[in-house]
Design a protein around this ligand. Structure first.
Ligand SMILES: [Zn+2]
Length: 424
């Protein structure tokens, strides 16, 4: 086998190529529905690397019967995913793996908040800036170049290595869902999302809901004859706050940083009333309901609906005029891969051997495509990649270049550990 110093040296030798490819990818503004130029760059690169490269369009028609499908409001046909396969060429014992990354990015927001334009890809002080640099084009590049470098070293894997460059992650995951529905599979998956090189195999889910609270409007001068929907909403808000605290008091998981922030319930918008001197007729509030690891989305929905029902039951008006809870748009399940799974152990070892320090295991509070693999494809999966997620979706997003290089080295070594085979 090729030694770790050989792998590290080969990644260092590819450093310039890697960074300039990442720059080009960041400079392709791959907003939802406009991912094609970025995907063309990836496809071209994978073909250059002589991977078996396939263009896999996402079509709602193929996905709409799947329980995890959600219409993300963008083109129902023709947005493309790219899958590159380095086929197993060694007959020894090995395992297959998918390296998954999304090219879609969220809008850059107010351009005035950016020091450099959002699609600059500019490098300053060891950081590469731009929307999508951290979330998650850097991770995708680390995966691509890990495979490229192994190719340069004459690696022959004993299990297939797939690179999946997908669309639609930020809006619900139709890209990864397409690859699953089309039958792309492996023994394990690494999603190269920004984790600051921490291994994150546990994620909470989140469900978007709308709460409609009825009242009875009347001139404010006659208030006792009306019912303020805002005051009734406050009753329900208190019940929701109590539910959030109670769920966090009873649920324990060692990998979360903050035991009070595992799967938060949060109200994001409240609209109520039409006029300052009218008792408000209705409140419509929208929010997100966190889903705990191991909890079904159905159970999470019932928890919220139950708390609202219970609070309404103790109020004479709401008992007669029940508030309504509806679920819409993003419905992200939680996901989890057991910590004793070989994927986690091998990745821990690869990280330790390359970086000479133990890898931190952590759980994340946000949704991603991971749950599609763990819940709907029965594939073990984890997040692991360069960059800090707290910079994702923010102005002046960047990724530290040394982290991208480190991730590439760890991934290259991980692939040889996981897939077996030999160097020729
Ligand atoms: Zn992401």
């Amino acid at each position: 086998m090729t030694s770790i110093p050989d792998i590290s040296a080969a990644v260092e030798a590819a450093r310039e190529d890697l960074i300039s490819f990442l720059q080009k990818l960041v400079q392709a503004p791959s907003l939802p529905d406009h991912e094609q130029p970025a995907q063309d760059l990836v496809a071209q690169k994978l073909k250059q690397m002589e991977l078996e490269t396939e263009i896999v369009p996402s079509r709602f028609e193929d996905l709409k019967h799947h329980p995890a499908f959600g219409d993300d409001g963008f083109s129902p046909t023709g947005r493309i995913n790219v899958v590159g396969r380095l086929r197993r060429t060694h007959t020894g014992e090995g395992r297959s793996i998918i390296l998954n990354g999304h090219v879609d990015v969220v809008p850059p927001g107010d351009p005035a908040l950016w020091v450099d334009p959002p699609w600059s890809g500019v490098i300053r002080d060891g950081r590469l800036y731009g929307r999508g640099s951290c979330d998650m084009k850097a991770g995708l590049c680390a995966g691509i170049f890990a495979v490229e470098v192994l190719g340069r070293l004459g690696y022959r894997p004993a299990g297939d290595i797939l690179i999946e460059s997908v669309i639609g992650e930020e809006s619900g995951g139709i890209g990864t869902l397409t690859t699953i529905v089309k039958g792309y599979a492996a023994d394990a998956v690494v999603l190269l999302e920004p984790t600051r090189l921490e291994i994150c195999p546990v994620q909470s889910g989140a469900l978007t809901f709308r709460l409609t609270v009825p009242g009875r409007s009347i001139h404010a001068a006659m208030k006792p004859l009306g019912v303020s929907a805002i005051e009734k909403f406050v009753l329900l808000l208190n019940a929701i706050t109590t539910l959030n605290a109670e769920r966090h008091r009873t649920f324990k998981h060692p990998l979360y940083d903050d035991p009070n922030n595992i799967a938060p319930i949060s109200i994001g918008t409240v609209q109520g009333g039409e006029w300052h001197s009218t008792v408000p007729e209705e409140v419509i509030a929208e929010g997100r309901m966190g889903v705990l690891p191991g909890e079904s989305t159905q159970a999470a929905r019932e928890a919220l609906e139950g708390a609202v029902r219970h609070a309404a039951g103790s109020d004479p008006w709401l008992r007669e005029h029940p508030p309504r809870v509806e679920w819409f748009e993003g419905q992200f399940e939680s996901g989890e891969t057991p910590l004793d799974h070989p994927l986690i152990q091998e990745l821990q070892t690869a990280h330790q051997k390359i970086l000479a320090s133990p890898a931190t295991l952590r759980a994340v509070t946000y949704g991603s495509d991971m749950r599609l693999f763990t819940n709907h494809a029965k594939m073990a999966a984890t997040h692991y990649g360069p960059g800090d997620v707290s910079l994702a979706h923010a102005a002046n997003e960047f990724v530290p270049i040394e982290e991208v290089i480190a991730a590439t080295k760890v991934m290259a070594h991980m692939l040889t550990r996981w897939c077996g085979g030999e160097f020729i």
